[in-house]
Design a protein around this ligand. Structure first.
Ligand code: NAD
Length: 433
């Protein structure tokens, strides 16, 4: 099969796609392709995850994932397996395994290498392989390409096709964004880029596709996340500054952003999660001034400590000691509307409180959807409440406190409320007194 044969197979939807790693990125990607009529096989090493997926249950919360999963499995467009021999049947492979940081704050590619080792056990001649996982600049060309070439004695761009197309969706909007976000594609040759572009056009024929070099594509993904992370850090710095001055950063930021396109300052809040927290470190090895990213990380990572300090200060004003208090932490996910707790600052807050020796109750309707606890159960006897995630479900807090006739200290990391709405002492991160 030549390049043209593979191209026609792709254009005519007569190909099978293998997705390696059906986690938070790989599973939504798989079922979205399958929903577009592509035959997709999802591969994973996590047997429990595969069992769950094959029982038509979404293993994590993502809007519409359960519907897409059921529909595509019932129509036999999607299946999940740990049987890598099925790689023989696929024409195109997308790699979506995890690329976390190791203890030295450099990328841990063990999942990537294990995926590559599985791939080379089966013929890859004339197949297209796309790296979707986040990678540091040069990974496709200096690691993936030589690795595959050495293990198979084949040449990328001639005997098989290779490209990088990093994922840029956010959790909670994965399926929606897969169909609308532009793609940045870097193939090792023009033909590789062309094939990869045709693949992603399957998600939406009008999708914007930018073809560039593999390194630029990898950098583009990292620039995207570092930009957001550094901006959140700056917003948090503004929050700290406003607190010092007894002012409200949320209000100042609202005013300065209004009708002034040059300012799009985000509001202060807890910043973390498995992508934003780590992606900057994929660049720091290659930067003349890594301090910029390291400083943003230091700032964002320190906000949970700052929140605990604020709480201690407020309790002291009431003559209370944190260790002897009951604290309710609302939210455990790393951001609103999702159930992912990886590198979550909300979890860090709960852990820091436990380290202080106080009694901590946590509540997150996304992370524990089957819990019998309700919001009012968790706040009922709390001396203090920390709103760690701005889940929309927490909007009921003021009315619950009214009904309970309770006046705990409320520390809101997101300023979800106006001071007047809350019965008791209300303190928002970013707002001074
Ligand atoms: N989660 C996000 O919002 C997001 C967004 C954009 C990019 N990314 C990037 O996408 C990649 C995947 O992230 P994720 O959040 O989906 O991670 P994840 O941990 O949810 O999923 C990775 C999956 O790969 C599987 N896996 C590991 N080794 C394997 C192997 N050899 N063969 C088959 N499966 C294997 C794991 O069991 C897991 O299910 C990372 O590089 C991440 O940085 C993530």
């Amino acid at each position: 099969m030549s390049y043209l044969e593979l191209l026609h197979k792709i254009i005519e939807n007569k190909f099978t796609l293998g997705v390696i790693g059906i986690g938070r990125v790989g599973l939504p990607l798989s079922v979205t392709f399958a929903q577009k009529g592509i035959n997709v096989i999802g591969f994973d090493i996590n047997d429990e995850l595969i069992k769950k997926v094959n029982s038509l249950t979404a293993p994590f919360f993502e809007p519409n994932l359960d519907i897409y999963l059921k529909e595509t499995m019932k129509s036999n467009k999607f299946s999940a397996t740990n049987d890598y021999s099925l790689l023989k049947n696929v024409d195109v492979i997308i790699i979506t395994v995890g690329t976390p940081l190791n203890e030295h704050f450099v990328p841990d590619y063990s999942q990537l290498f294990s995926a590559l080792d599985k791939i080379v056990q089966y013929p890859i001649k004339n197949k297209l392989i796309i790296l979707r996982s986040t990678s540091s600049p040069g990974t496709l060309e200096n690691i993936v390409k030589p690795y595959l070439e050495k293990k198979t004695n084949l040449k990328a761009g001639e005997d098989f096709y290779l490209a990088v197309c990093p994922e840029r969706i956010v959790e909670g909007k994965a399926i929606e964004e897969l169909q609308i976000l532009p793609e940045i594609i870097g193939g090792v040759t023009e033909t590789c880029s062309k094939l990869a572009s045709e693949i992603f056009r399957k998600l939406n024929s009008n999708k914007k596709i930018f073809v560039t070099t593999p390194k630029a594509a990898e950098l583009g993904k990292l620039f995207t996340n570092v930009y957001r992370y550094v901006n959140f850090a700056l917003a948090n710095e503004f929050g700290l500054i406003a607190e010092e001055h007894g002012e409200d950063a949320h209000e100042i930021i609202r005013i300065v952003n209004e009708d002034y396109n040059r300012c799009r300052i985000p509001t202060p809040g807890l910043t973390g999660g498995p992508c934003l927290s780590k992606d900057g470190y994929f660049l720091t090895q290659h930067m003349p001034f890594p301090e910029f990213i390291q400083m943003a990380s230091k700032l964002n990572e320190n906000i949970p400590n700052h929140i605990i300090k604020k709480l201690k200060k407020e309790l002291e004003r009431e003559g209370k000691i944190l260790t002897l208090c009951k604290v309710a932490v609302l939210g455990l996910a790393y951001k609103s509307g999702i159930d992912d707790t990886r590198l979550s600052p909300a979890v860090k807050i709960a852990d820091l409180l436990k380290d202080e020796g106080c009694e901590v109750k946590t509540y997150d309707p996304y992370v524990y959807p089957d819990s019998s606890n309700s919001l009012s159960d968790v706040v009922r006897d709390a001396d203090a409440i920390i709103i760690a995630v701005n889940h929309p479900e927490f909007k009921d807090l003021p009315s619950i406190l009214n009904v309970l006739n309770k006046e705990p200290i409320v520390i809101d990391c997101w300023k979800m409320f106006d001071e007047k709405e809350i019965k008791g002492r209300y303190i928002a991160f970013g707002k001074g007194k």
